[in-house]
Design a protein around this ligand. Structure first.
Ligand code: SF4
Ligand code: SF4
Length: 262
């Protein structure tokens, strides 16, 4: 969730994994679910995979119903945010008075809250970045007495697995952000970024229903794994994307690949 305008200008206190803070969120707090309204949540690729499975939708259906497109500042890359309800509080579609109805599959940003994360280095991902408090005035959780380190909070909220699966995506965003502003990606590259990141079912069709596997030298084990598991497919897709965008050379073309194009 993004910091509101009135506090966005305060430089964040940089927290590391062993930094401590006091916080507790529970259904008895007076502000219960206030943080689930009027928010801006950028969804990660793993968020989409979990949510579409939870809601039994295809990735295309999930994108159409629950997301809005956005360009990510300084990266010029297309991302999606959770589309809010058209009610007077701009509520998240999953919030009720009793709490979050998809809690076990809530997005990465909701898990981090009340923390934000900044990745400083594309080599090391979020673990090597820093954390900061999203100190929204309505959030009374900071008045509670439960103490955490950032490391403990991440574990408790199940953030680690999200960051691990999204690591190549985060790396890609951070690397793209470090490009000079005049170095733009072509539209086709942005389209592929969106496809791999968000529309995993369509990316699967791209891999298995075009000449992709005739062009690239991919071992049989990997082919089986990415066919059976969306998370493996996502990890594969992100590595391929980085290879294409940053010319890393880790995906080998077959010798006769010039004959056909996906
Ligand atoms: S505003 Fe803070 S304390 Fe209140 S429900 Fe949200 S996270 Fe919990
Ligand atoms: S997904 Fe759940 S936790 Fe996140 S904003 Fe919506 S209701 Fe709140």
């Amino acid at each position: 969730m993004d910091a509101p305008d009135e506090i966005a200008s305060i430089p964040p206190v940089q927290l590391k994994l062993d930094s401590k803070f006091k916080f507790k969120c529970h259904s008895e707090v007076k502000c219960f679910t206030q943080c689930c309204r009027g928010i801006n949540i950028i969804l990660t690729p793993y968020d989409i995979i979990r949510l579409k499975k939870r809601l039994q939708l295809s990735s295309e259906e999930f994108l159409a119903v629950y997301t809005s497109p956005e360009l990510l500042e300084k990266t010029d890359l297309p991302v999606v945010t959770l589309k809010l309800m058209d009610d007077d509080r701009q509520s998240c579609p999953f919030v009720t008075d009793a709490g979050c109805i998809i809690y076990e599959d809530r997005p990465t940003t909701c898990r981090y809250y009340p923390l934000g994360v900044a990745s400083l280095s594309h080599k090391d991902g979020a673990e090597d970045g820093f954390y900061f408090f999203i100190h929204e005035p309505h959030c009374l959780g900071f008045e509670e007495d439960k103490e955490w380190t950032i490391r403990e909070w991440r574990k408790d909220q199940g953030v680690d697995i999200h960051d691990e699966i999204n690591a190549d995506w985060t790396d890609l965003l951070v690397r793209k952000r470090s490009f000079p502003p005049n170095l733009k990606l072509i539209e086709e590259s942005k389209h592929m970024f969106f496809l791999v990141s968000y529309n995993i079912d369509k990316f699967k069709a791209f891999v298995f229903e075009t000449s992709f596997l005739d062009r690239y030298d991919i071992d049989a084990d990997t082919v089986e794994k990415i066919k059976a598991d969306d998370i493996e497919l996502l990890k594969f897709g992100l590595k391929w994307l980085k290879d294409v965008l940053f010319k890393e050379g880790s995906f080998r073309l077959k010798e006769d690949a010039g004959a056909s194009k996906p």
